[in-house]
Design a protein around this ligand. Structure first.
Ligand code: CUA
Length: 163
């Protein structure tokens, strides 16, 4: 019995460490009723922003029943930090085949860091049931080659939904 428990614990610890799987540790609060009025999650700040150290930060709002913006463009082989929050109910933020999987809880900022090895489009379904429109709540993350990213206009960087 004890050795089985030991083996299972070891599997959890080893896969957690080697695949960088860990529970989100960011406990940052925000007033969900005033997101649109100003501050970090005002409409003009949503999308992908370049940081001075070369990394990028993607800010999104998850609301019934869409993500804003609906598509985020990020460079490959670059540290990407996602910051999401919700003005209404709990949503989920998942990028299949990556380490990105977190709940988006109203009143809190969900923060996840990752990087993408190769260009491509990642589907981004809401993975927490958030009422009758849940199944239609999708967004995309478009990963472009690192050298092409600086050539994009600010609008393209911020939102690729129209492409
Ligand atoms: Cu939002 Cu399910």
């Amino acid at each position: 019995m004890l050795s089985m428990l030991g083996v299972m614990m070891a599997i959890i610890v080893v896969t957690g460490v080697t695949n960088a799987l860990h529970p989100p540790s960011n406990a940052e609060t925000i007033d969900p009723t005033t997101l649109h009025l100003g501050g970090e999650f005002a409409e003009s700040n949503l999308g992908t922003a370049r940081e001075p150290d070369g990394s990028v930060t993607v800010r999104m709002i998850a609301e019934q029943y869409s993500f804003v913006p609906e598509c985020a463009q990020v460079p490959a082989n670059t540290s990407v930090k996602f910051r999401l929050t919700s003005p209404d109910v709990i949503h989920g933020f998942l990028l299949p085949a990556t380490n990105v999987n977190t709940m988006v809880v109203p009143g809190f900022v969900a923060e996840v860091r990752t990087s993408f090895d190769r260009p491509g489009v990642y589907a981004m379904p809401c993975n927490e049931f958030c009422s009758y429109g849940h199944h239609g709540m999708w967004a995309r993350v478009r990963v472009v080659p690192k050298n092409q990213f600086p050539d994009l206009s600010a609008d393209e960087r911020t939102n690729c939904a129209k492409q």
